[in-house]
Design a protein around this ligand. Structure first.
Ligand code: CP
Length: 326
């Protein structure tokens, strides 16, 4: 067990080794148990986390803020448009100055080809840990909660379990590609065979796909890319079907919407759920476009674990904050 994570950043999924992720999960289960028993666990008494948001959030804000309070500290919600960032405060200044006020800096910045660079620049100039609450490349805390949920439902030994990470249609907006990218990077280390499924225009960053292939090779697992939703879901143990934008094809919102609308048939419905194993689980990070991206029948059905998945955001984030900020 690698337990010394004091002062570390978590920006990309592979920043923590497999053993360090295992430490996070062990602590997350302990914290989940303590919360169930109403047992106090003030590991971060008097510590304050800056939570800087450039993009809206339901789960991430709620779980980080509640998590800091439950750990005996405080999460300071800072919406970027209420700051002087638009008037010139740079990422370097945020890192330098917030690093002196706070004990950790968490940032959500999903703008394509900007967010990850911004968070890394904050980290380079911060004396305290920097936590990525989602950028254009990674969503590492979502992925930790996903892994915890998969282990709760499928056991700790995930070798030979098939996870399909599938694109699905959505009408609301072009969603970031960070969730599928984080999943394909993290899951091979835990033994899962990964199938990535998307219409050809919705490829992920080539360097991330290559890194995922390299990880799969390193850990002796399978990694396949298909362009057919049914084929991807067939015989899966874990069905993770969600939408993302065609950002590698076009970053133009209007062009992207036209591409997206040409694949309305990529909906996660009951027929498709039946292509997976009979005891398969359905996962989605939320928010979902109901009856467009996934039918009510699936997201509210017996295979769905979306609420346990959302809950585990709280426990995994508390574990990382306690380990890095104590
Ligand atoms: N899954 C997730 O990150 O949700 P929010 O966008 O609501 O934070």
């Amino acid at each position: 067990m690698q337990s010394f994570l004091h002062g570390r950043d978590l920006i990309g999924d592979l920043d923590f080794s497999k053993e360090e992720v295992e430490t996070v999960l062990e602590l997350a289960w302990d914290l989940k148990r303590k919360r169930a028993l109403n047992e106090a666990h003030p590991y971060l008494r008097d510590r304050v986390l800056a939570m800087l948001f450039f993009f809206s959030s339901t789960r991430t804000r709620g779980s980080f803020e509640a998590g800091m309070a439950q750990l005996g500290g405080h999460g300071a919600f800072i919406e970027s448009t209420t700051t002087q960032i638009a008037h010139g405060d740079t990422a370097k200044e945020i890192g330098e100055i917030y690093g002196r006020y706070f004990d950790g800096i968490a940032v959500r910045h999903c703008d394509w080809q900007i967010g990850n660079g911004y968070i890394n620049e904050v980290a380079r100039n911060s004396r305290v840990p920097v936590l990525n609450m989602q950028c254009d490349v990674y969503h590492p805390f979502q992925c930790l909660a996903d892994l915890m949920t998969i282990m709760e439902k499928k056991g700790r030994d995930l070798r030979k379990k098939k996870i399909v990470v599938s694109w699905a249609y959505a009408a609301s907006y072009l969603k970031p590609i960070s969730v599928p990218q984080s999943l394909i990077l993290q899951m091979p280390r835990f033994g899962m065979d990964v199938t990535l499924s998307y219409p050809k225009e919705f490829q992920l960053m080539p360097e991330i796909e290559q890194q995922a292939k390299d990880e799969a090779k390193r850990w002796g697992t399978a990694f396949d890319i298909v362009h057919d939703m049914d084929e991807g879901i067939k015989d899966a143990d874990i069905v993770y079907a969600k939408s993302w934008g065609p950002l590698l094809t076009t970053a133009d919102g209007k062009e992207g919407k036209v591409l997206q609308d040409s694949h309305k048939d990529w909906i996660m419905d009951g027929r498709r759920m039946n292509l997976a194993k009979s005891d398969a689980i359905y996962m989605h990070p939320l928010p979902a476009d109901r009856n467009i991206e996934v039918t009510d029948e699936v997201i509210d059905g017996i295979h769905s674990v979306v609420y346990d998945e959302a809950e585990n955001r709280l426990h995994t984030q508390k574990a990382v904050m306690a380990l890095t900020m104590s």
